[in-house]
Design a protein around this ligand. Structure first.
Ligand SMILES: *[C@@H]1O[C@H](CO)[C@@H](O)[C@H](O)[C@H]1NC(C)=O
Ligand SMILES: *[C@@H]1O[C@H](CO)[C@@H](O)[C@H](O)[C@H]1NC(C)=O
Ligand SMILES: *[C@@H]1O[C@H](CO)[C@@H](O)[C@H](O)[C@H]1NC(C)=O
Length: 468
């Protein structure tokens, strides 16, 4: 009984907060933007691509902090081999990519298309190539720093030369590398001290193949043993003709890198009956968990896609039709990092004590964070649909608790106790709660009035959103 009373009180506070928020709808935007992630930092950039990372505000209480990254790559560009000190969950927002990574000590490659989700565990070496014909590649990723080293945001270790134009291996003393690679000092210094083009490099020019073009050519065959054989054959050929010094060095370099950093090809691995690397999971192909005339919502969690379990991250995707609202709700299990993909609208967040935490207009490219237990809702502008996507800090099914609508927590708890908590008669409360016939996604003509839509349009016209 005591528990029930506590819950009712908690609910009362929540509802009071929601009611207050609704009343504040017409007010000026709250200046409290703690929950917006606009501390954007370009971590790497070349003329062929960039990676931008957003961090959450230090003052926001979160069960787990994540960074949100945006990677943009021009056609025929390679994001050079590297490993991170953080789990990386990538979502292909637009375009086609080839992801190369180490799985079970072997090099595996996966083609990814728009809507695909893939998990790259911390410490796993990987590279990315934009293979979309004349198409820019846009990737949104969550960077989970729970394994990180406590350096700034996260740390990339470039295997073959990166942001500071040096390979991570170049930090070793020459004598170490001489031993590790069984190569002469001259050769080692030439390879590992070479200034490279940075982490995003163009690999399309087949007439003047760069180190990286060469690398990708080596890997046109899927299996490592093919590749290795190819490398060896090529080496023999080159020995025969006794020319192309650069080329020979490149080939040798890659063979050694593949063996030392990327793992050795061995008979055991080759004959092992593995199922291969995990498949990607396409978010766009997934059926909505909920849908009605006003929109749909999807979630992807550990039961749907096992790869999400280890990093313990869930994914959601919501599309609201023009003027619709995702009913005020609470996530009892996880914080949410939300990225607006398309359209514009409103976002309201309430502190557990019932005061308004944020009331802002949102547009494509905006990123905000919703702490666990905080009630919130999103409303699409009347001019078009609002699509958003995001990561939650748990791979378990989220079970959001809706505070309004025909499937709400309040309806479930309807009774004399709840009426008493609100200080009204049971009949009054029942009438108030029964008025809304829709659930989860609601029509909301009143919440997005036309005069507001005009104001939002202005915001829309100067988007600093996702680059397309
Ligand atoms: C190092 O290379 C030489 C030939 O270049 C070879 O004879 C020797 O066995 C190699 N050592 C190791 C440990 O691979
Ligand atoms: C979202 O819904 C709108 C209609 O309201 C539709 O045109 C659009 O294609 C949908 N977006 C996605 C990603 O399905
Ligand atoms: C509610 O809590 C927030 C965050 O702790 C605080 O900033 C705000 O002043 C509180 N509001 C009231 C009315 O107590």
């Amino acid at each position: 009984m005591a528990n029930r009373t506590t819950l009712l009180l908690f609910l009362f506070v929540l509802c009071h907060g929601v009611a207050l928020t609704m009343a504040l709808l017409e007010d000026e935007e709250s200046s409290n933007n703690l929950f917006m992630m606009h501390n954007s930092k370009i971590v790497v950039e070349t003329e062929f691509g960039e990676m931008r990372v957003l961090k959450s505000h230090r003052d926001v209480i979160l069960d787990r902090r994540m960074h949100i990254g945006f990677i943009t790559m021009e056609p025929k560009t390679l994001f050079v081999p590297q490993y991170l000190d953080s789990n990386l969950i990538i979502f292909i927002r637009r375009g086609e990519a080839k992801l190369g990574f180490i799985y079970d000590d072997e090099l595996a490659e996966k083609k990814l298309k728009t809507g695909d989700v893939y998990v790259i565990p911390a410490g796993s070496a990987f590279y990315l190539v934009n293979i979309g014909e004349g198409q820019r590649l846009n990737i949104i990723c969550s960077i989970d720093p729970s394994t990180h080293l406590g350096l700034d945001t996260f740390q990339s270790f470039y295997i073959g030369g990166g942001a500071k134009s040096h390979s991570v291996l170049s930090g070793f003393e020459s004598v170490i590398l001489e031993t590790a690679f069984n190569e002469s000092r001259t050769e080692i210094e030439q390879i590992f001290s070479a200034k490279l083009d940075g982490p995003f490099v163009y690999v399309g020019d087949s007439h003047a193949p760069s180190l990286w073009t060469k690398f990708l050519q080596l890997k046109n065959e899927d299996k490592v043993q093919h590749m290795k054989k190819m490398v060896q054959d090529q080496e023999e050929e080159e020995d025969d003709v006794d020319g192309g010094d650069e080329e020979k060095k490149t080939t040798k370099l890659w063979r050694k890198l593949l063996e030392t950093v990327f793992g050795k090809v061995n008979e055991k691995a080759r004959n092992k009956d593995t199922n291969g690397p995990p498949d990607s999971h396409n978010l766009y192909d997934k059926k909505p968990d909920f849908s009605n005339a006003y929109g749909w919502s999807k979630t992807l969690h550990g039961d749907d896609y096992h790869q999400l379990r280890k990093p313990d991250v869930g994914i959601f995707h919501v599309n609201l039709t023009a003027g619709s609202m995702l009913s005020p709700h609470v996530n009892p299990r996880a914080a949410e990092y939300c990225i607006v993909l398309r359209g514009y609208g409103k976002f309201q967040l309430v502190f557990p004590n019932g005061s308004n935490a944020m009331n802002i207009q949102i547009k494509a490219g905006d990123v905000f964070v919703v702490p666990r237990y905080f009630p919130f809702c999103q409303i699409a502008s009347r001019d078009g649909p609002l699509e958003f996507f995001g990561f939650s800090t748990s791979s378990r099914k989220n079970n959001p608790q809706f505070l309004a609508g025909s499937m709400s927590l309040l309806r479930t708890l309807m009774g004399p106790e709840l009426a008493a908590a609100f200080g009204v008669s049971e009949g009054t409360l029942r009438r108030a709660l029964d008025a809304q016939h829709e659930a989860v996604i609601l029509p909301s003509t009143w919440a997005a009035p036309p005069e507001n839509a005009g104001k939002m349009k202005k915001v829309h016209m100067s988007p600093k959103g996702i680059r397309t």
